[in-house]
Design a protein around this ligand. Structure first.
Ligand code: 13P
Length: 262
């Protein structure tokens, strides 16, 4: 795991699952489970990323019950406001106290034709509104074989780093073959890419930014494999999809120190 100055982040990307009623029940249960386990949220941060229609309910629950869980959106418009039907402004997320927003998830890059340039603009929009972007990058297995480990994700991140002034961001390395497949990258593979991403941050934004920025691994993370990832020096947490929908499993991932002795 990364040096002590980087607080690990365990982030649950719910994707298009759980409506607002299910969201309330899930966040409540997650909070109770972690409280029962005496989880120290200052030691390992926990965040959920529900669908947009859930966010107001999640915010109301978290603020009313003063839950130490943070939350964010799954996407943000590159524009601040205007005639953009169906889009959500970073200003709206900020008004809901969303701490984070995912940008450039591979599902959006592929299914919504989001280019590196658009991802860079969304990153800038999030930063501008005071919402920390979780910038997702990733490669297919063909990319990795033909171009080399980390080359495509670094190229994707480089566009963002060149377009945006140094700011707090989170980077998530999610190899496409590992998402939802049950075939997670090995800790070695993930470290190789996360290390390359951190070096890209150092090159563009300087060593201080590179040391401060959290780099997450995502792709078939479970309670049974989180330990291996968290032992790596350049992996500061996980972006969890399917396993984040199961409260006991997600809580066990957040409790990785218990089962790895880290
Ligand atoms: P899975 O954990 O379901 O593989 O999804 C990973 C992911 O895409 C998180 O953003």
């Amino acid at each position: 795991m990364g040096i002590m100055s980087r607080t690990p982040l365990i982030a649950g990307n719910w994707k298009m699952n759980l409506d607002h009623l299910q969201a309330i029940a899930t966040v409540q249960k997650l909070a109770w489970t972690l409280k029962d386990a005496r989880h120290d949220f200052d030691d390992v941060e926990v965040a959920v990323f529900p669908p947009f229609t859930d966010l107001r309910s999640v915010q109301t629950l978290i603020s009313a019950d003063k839950l130490p869980i943070r939350f964010g959106g799954q996407d943000v418009s590159r524009y601040a406001s205007g005639a953009y039907t169906g889009e959500i402004s970073g200003a709206f997320l900020a008004a809901l106290d969303a701490a984070y927003v995912i940008v450039g998830h591979s599902e959006r890059r592929m299914m919504h034709a989001e280019t590196d340039q658009i991802v860079a603009e969304k990153t800038a929009a999030a930063v501008q509104h005071g919402v920390v972007p979780v910038v997702c990058v990733g490669e297919t297995s063909e990319d990795r074989e033909s171009r080399g480990a980390g080359v495509v994700p670094v190229e994707q991140l480089q566009v963002v780093l060149d377009a945006v002034q140094p700011a707090e961001i989170v980077v998530a390395y999610e190899p496409v073959w590992a998402i939802g497949s049950g075939q997670a990258a090995t800790p070695d593979q993930a470290q190789e890419d996360c290390g390359a991403l951190r070096r890209a941050i150092a090159g563009a934004w300087g060593d201080e930014a590179a040391t401060a920025t959290r780099v997450l691994y995502g792709g078939s993370v479970k309670s049974g494999n989180i330990a291996g990832f968290m032992r790596e020096p350049d992996i500061d947490g996980a972006l969890v999809g399917g396993a984040s929908l199961d409260v006991a499993e997600f809580a066990a991932i957040a409790r990785f120190r218990q089962h790895v002795g880290l």
